[in-house]
Write a protein that binds this ligand. Structure first.
Ligand code: GLP
Length: 261
């Protein structure tokens, strides 16, 4: 890294961006080095002091550039151990027309899915849960909240709520919620999904291993049984840098989807 640092950082003042503030020039130098693979995911950056010396600029300037790159997700800072090039995540392409489970989606891609439990149990329902699941205040709701991980990379946080009639024991869910529902004939056959953009708050960003404020996709799925009964109300947060949602569109026809629930 020492030789590398000499080479990369010595070019900062001369990287073709004459007139641009120095911190922007340093930022571009680092971004270019990452893009061209000169420094790769997981590589440590020299200390702020070393970069300042090699590039012949002030430490304040270095700090500003590094902080910008951390915010942008190019670099990550680990307390006490330094600054590193952020791990690269292969984007997952997800069809919007099939009602599949996370476990199935990942298996189809040859990825190993696992979950970390954030919460599971039986609770009095919130007003939202009562409304969507059609529960009265006297009934209870089953909640299953998980961090969904594929091949070691956290991809999404999913908070699912179900009527206890469909999931009397949330502890019974091991790897797949849909697998568990299938066992009792409660696997949904139809769902409506609403997707919106949001920036991640501190706690969710920490779980997903990305900087606070990063882009994310908020997805709400309401799933139905063949009888029309709502069986699942899931609020998910997907990493914006890891997912592409793909929808197939066809011309015309009398079929409608979307708001027609
Ligand atoms: C997807 C959906 C969720 C659903 C989950 C079930 O990720 N967005 O609404 O609850 O799949 O996945 P699994 O059966 O792997 O637990």
């Amino acid at each position: 890294m020492v030789e590398l640092a000499d080479r990369i950082f010595a070019t900062v003042k001369d990287n073709g961006q004459r007139g641009a503030p120095l911190y922007l020039r340093l930022k571009k130098t680092i971004e270019d080095a990452v893009q061209r693979g000169i420094i790769g995911p997981g590589d440590a950056l020299p200390s702020e002091r070393d970069i300042a010396i090699k590039a012949d600029i002030s430490r304040v300037t270095v700090r500003k550039a590094v902080q910008d790159l951390v915010k942008g997700g190019v670099l990550i800072q680990r307390h006490g151990s330094g600054t590193f090039v952020a791990p690269r995540v292969d984007r997952v392409e997800q069809s919007l027309s099939r009602l599949t489970s996370f476990t199935e989606d990942m298996a189809r891609r040859g990825m190993a899915a696992r979950s970390e439990w954030l919460d599971r149990g039986i609770y009095p329902p919130s007003p939202d849960e009562m409304m969507v699941l059609g529960l009265s205040a006297k009934e209870l709701v089953a909640r299953v909240s998980r961090l969904r991980i594929a091949d070691g990379t956290p991809l999404a946080i999913e908070r699912a709520s179900l009527p206890t009639a469909a999931l009397p024991d949330p502890e019974a869910v091991t790897s797949s919620l849909y697998l568990e529902l299938e066992k009792t004939g409660n696997r949904p056959v139809r769902a409506v999904q609403r997707i919106s953009a949001a920036n991640l708050g501190e706690a969710d960003a920490r779980l997903l291993d990305v900087p606070a404020g990063s882009a994310s996709l908020r997805i709400e799925r309401i799933s139905y049984l063949a009888t029309g009964r709502v069986i699942e109300f899931t609020r998910s947060i997907y990493r914006g840098d890891a997912y592409d949602f793909v929808a197939e569109l066809r011309l015309g026809g009398s079929e409608t989807t979307g708001d027609s629930q």
